[in-house]
Write a protein that binds this ligand. Sequence first.
Ligand code: PMP
Length: 367
Amino acid sequence: MNYVYLDNAATTKIDPRVAEVVAHAGEMDFYNSAALYGPSLLVKQKIQAARGVILKRLCKSGDGELVFTSGATESNNIVIFSKAVKHGRVLLLEGEHSSAHMPIKHLKDNGYTVEMIPLMNNGLANPHAIGGAGDGAPTLVVFGLVNSDTGTIQDAQSFVREIRARYKNAHIHCDATQGFCKIPFDAMELDLDSVAISAHKIGGPKGIGALWVKKGVHLKPQMHGGGQQILRPGTENTPGILGFAKSVEIYETQKNLVHVGKLHTHLIKHLPNGCTINGLNNNPYITNIQLSNVLGQTVMNALGNDGILVGLGSACSSNSSINRTLVAMGINEQKTRQVLRISFSPTNTIKDVDAFTSALKKNACQN
Ligand code: PMP
């Protein structure tokens, strides 16, 4: 079936130009990049060039180190387990993705002091409300650039400034998975210590991501093995890495923002009466729609029968019944089950939006 796919925050279809690079690298660049003969050295050079492409996209100056990982989940985990210490505190923004929330919950369950930074009703962080209840100064602060449930883009500059003013020595880690390439930002200009990103949200392959680390910042490896990348051992995923770089290279941030912006404007204009938007909707890629008195799951299933695929929220928490982001924004639990998440990719069209809004009218507005 040819679906209308509107759950691109969960994952995107690989771009055919990227798929070609992945297939070619699998066939031709299969040599282990750590071996010492000629073809391996060529593979190593290609990986280094790919690293440069992605690094430049993260910060114009190309500063810092880029370590390839299996995805943003791994990148978040490396930083969290490296920087949390028992005698300090960990601060985590409410509503973060499970790949940051769950490792920090694990730490909390094991006796670490964890403090949540609250969200305001519009989904923006409220760093002024940090309680300061714990004993030591925080060693680690974790926040997302773009919330994966509401799409809200944090005011990262003010957030980091506030954290730095309070806790000079804290490591500030940003999960930029939903923003990388889509929303302009610069890791160095934002004064971040580390950033997690992933390829499969921007038409890249699955199972490949990266961790950017500011120059001079030391992280402890969480796995031990060969010496390929010191922070992250294991044979490098050459097809994934080259595919990731290709997806970054061909992603046209401004042009795509204009196109997705048009889709978003059209969506908002044609939403059925009774539907509202949750959170500051300052990002056209993701929209969290509040339905009136009908379960999101019910509507999602009905739309699925019409060939339209939408989400309920972050796919990694969609099997748990509450949406942590919406609850943190003060929305009552019953209403958090009455939402849909629409997320675009640059390949979506106005026709896709029309198919969605008319199916939504049919399935969610019978009262
Ligand atoms: N962080 C955010 C904000 C995400 O949306 C996702 C993917 N849903 C991840 C982390 C995890 O990324 P990956 O699938 O690459 O592990």
